[in-house]
Design a protein around this ligand. Structure first.
Ligand code: SF4
Length: 166
């Protein structure tokens, strides 16, 4: 499974948004759910609630099976009911890996896509630890692989980023 962390804290995220923005929160319903709950229905709902409390206008949350399938992302832009919603949106917050982020940038060229994800390698869900652990770090992370995997919080700390939901 793809392991993705978050480049931004919640405070960093807010600085990238304007009060007049029409925000869509976008999430895969797959790998990111297991990345300490970075994405998925609940993570989107919680982020929507936080942003609304802070006075931002979240117009929609979009859950998609796989953002890495470009055709699926395209359909959201082409077909109703999402076509109208995305026409109205000014910014999209992706809770997906870097592939998903790139697909969003490709499809929604006239929107600001917030650069949230840092994809760091492959992982497996450990029943022993009850969480996804990083087992095959990408070379550019400079992190050494461990057979038992590395907890995502530890990876995030090493890289100066964040693990889990906003
Ligand atoms: S876009 Fe990335 S996070 Fe989403 S399903 Fe595909 S590989 Fe997983």
């Amino acid at each position: 499974m793809i392991v993705t962390l978050r480049k931004l804290s919640y405070e960093d995220l807010k600085k990238k948004l304007k009060k007049e923005d029409k925000i869509v929160i976008w999430s895969c319903n797959n790998c990111v759910k297991f990345c300490n709950g970075l994405g998925g229905r609940e993570a989107m709902a919680r982020l929507k609630e936080k942003l609304e409390k802070d006075g931002f206008n979240v117009i929609h949350t979009e859950l998609i099976g796989l953002s890495c399938v470009l055709d699926l992302v395209h359909l959201r832009a082409l077909e109703e009911p999402t076509k109208t919603i995305f026409e109205e949106a000014t910014v999209i917050i992706p809770l997906a890996c870097e592939d998903g982020y790139e697909n969003l940038k490709h499809v929604f060229k006239d929107k600001r896509i917030i650069d949230v994800p840092l994809t760091v390698g492959l992982g497996v869900f450990s029943t022993e630890f009850g969480a996804l652990r990083l087992t095959v770090p990408f070379e550019d992370t400079g992190i050494e692989a461990k057979v038992e995997g590395i907890p995502l919080e530890e990876v995030a700390k090493k890289l100066g980023v964040y693990a889990g939901p906003f």
